[in-house]
Design a protein around this ligand. Structure first.
Ligand SMILES: *[C@@H]1O[C@H](CO)[C@@H](O)[C@H](O)[C@H]1NC(C)=O
Ligand SMILES: *[C@@H]1O[C@H](CO)[C@@H](O)[C@H](O)[C@H]1NC(C)=O
Ligand SMILES: *[C@@H]1O[C@H](CO)[C@@H](O)[C@H](O)[C@H]1NC(C)=O
Ligand SMILES: *[C@@H]1O[C@H](CO)[C@@H](O)[C@H](O)[C@H]1NC(C)=O
Ligand SMILES: *[C@@H]1O[C@H](CO)[C@@H](O)[C@H](O)[C@H]1NC(C)=O
Length: 352
């Protein structure tokens, strides 16, 4: 395929993608006609068999030695000097766009590193709900997702159309009486961007290790999806057992967000921003355990399931799913297109 053809196909995909987004729309409300129960009607993949989030039944998990994660850029000592972070309300969530060299590897994720592109929150109106994943039916008041793409792909957007494209680091939010001091600046900025399309840069990027739980060695692993439309089944999930601790005052900065733009006729509170749990079906949920007898990670690699975009009902992305090496240079020849997609589609759709 020539570059021009590739570009043409990419534009068609983009246009289809954008019109789909604009025509359909989605939210978390129960009575809007666009809530989670209806997503499947507008976005086929949301009705797939490997959807997220799930309820993790601890009695059913399989223990396995997945190994430790390697985090690069996450600490005070190795933070990227030129990183920037931008906090925005996109009408569905509060998303922090990350531009910097933050990498995740190890932990049975294969040889290629994953690069963080954004993190975002899910939260509830009351403390008994808000997380997307649940453990033995228990929900937490919130959940934070750090979204990372497989750097075998040229960028985040092209990774989206590959079953091994993303890994997400999921952390529950739990309430403590005092503020988490490492998140003071972030929550101050969140408080100042209450409305859809408002955004503000962090003057100092957060240092992940200062607010992530100190024990990152205990986590669940399974193959799943984005938890928001278009629900692509491309995510290797990591759900950490240790929560991030925040105060209720900090959580309230999220609960004060609105789904509408500034000066809209009505204010619609953005809350209970979680998708209900989805069927586990025949998937295995692993729990890392350094003492488990390991038979290598073969079953964990999503590409071994050989589920391509055709059999998960996503005809649009199948145009850009180019598994043969010869077509690799063709993937999104235009960086300006990618920039457009990132600003238009990802900001509004891919909160996951
Ligand atoms: C939707 O209904 C559920 C169950 O009654 C409730 O917990 C949740 O808060 C509702 N969500 C919204 C956004 O009102
Ligand atoms: C930060 O600097 C490094 C090394 O100079 C460079 O490779 C990288 O692209 C820069 N990252 C950003 C986000 O500017
Ligand atoms: C990242 O993508 C490449 C190319 O498809 C693949 O070989 C590799 O296994 C992927 N990494 C992971 C951890 O799945
Ligand atoms: C929406 O909320 C803002 C901030 O709380 C407030 O200033 C504004 O008057 C509200 N708009 C309406 C229509 O209630
Ligand atoms: C799980 O079910 C899907 C169809 O729903 C099937 O394609 C897949 O092969 C099954 N996987 C396993 C490991 O049985």
């Amino acid at each position: 395929m020539e570059t021009t053809t590739c570009f043409y196909v990419a534009v068609c995909v983009l246009v289809a993608c954008l019109s789909n987004v604009q025509a359909a729309g989605w939210d978390y409300l129960n009575d809007s006609g666009k809530g989670p129960d209806t997503w499947e009607a507008s976005y086929d993949t949301c009705g797939g068999s490997k959807q997220s989030p799930i309820n993790i039944e601890t009695a059913m998990v399989e223990e396995k030695d997945l190994g430790d994660f390697t985090f690069v850029g996450f600490g005070e000592d190795d933070k990227p000097v030129n990183a920037t972070m931008t906090v925005s309300n996109n009408g569905h969530s509060v998303v922090v766009g990350v531009d910097g060299d933050y990498h995740v590897s190890g932990a049975g994720l294969g040889t290629t590193a994953y690069k963080a592109v954004q993190f975002h929150f899910h939260w509830g109106s009351v403390n008994s709900q808000g997380s997307e994943h649940t453990i033995d039916g228990k929900a937490y008041p919130g959940e934070l997702h750090i979204v990372c793409y497989n750097t075998s792909y040229p960028n985040f957007f092209s990774a989206l159309f590959n079953e091994d494209g993303l890994t997400v680091l999921g952390f529950f939010l739990e309430i403590q009486t005092v503020d988490n001091p490492a998140l003071t600046q972030l929550f101050d900025v969140i408080s100042s961007i209450q409305f859809d399309e408002e955004e503000e840069d962090l003057s100092m990027p957060v240092v992940f290790n200062n607010f992530l739980p100190s024990d990152l060695s205990s986590y669940y692993r399974y193959s799943g999806s984005l938890t928001t439309p278009p629900c692509y089944e491309i995510v290797t999930w990591n759900v950490f057992t240790e929560p991030i601790m925040v105060s209720e005052a900090q959580l309230n900065a999220l609960r004060r967000q609105y789904a509408n733009k500034h000066n809209a006729a009505d204010n619609i509170t953005l809350t209970d921003t979680y998708r209900p749990v989805q069927p586990v079906n025949n998937r295995t949920v692993y729990m890392t355990d350094p003492n488990a007898v390991t038979d290598h990670m073969t079953t964990l690699s999503p590409n071994q399931d050989n589920i391509n975009t055709e059999n998960v009902n996503t005809p649009t992305p199948s145009y850009v799913n180019t598994p043969t090496p010869s077509s690799a240079p063709c993937q999104f020849a235009s960086t300006s297109l990618v920039a457009l997609v990132i600003s238009k589609v990802l900001a509004s759709v891919l909160d996951d």
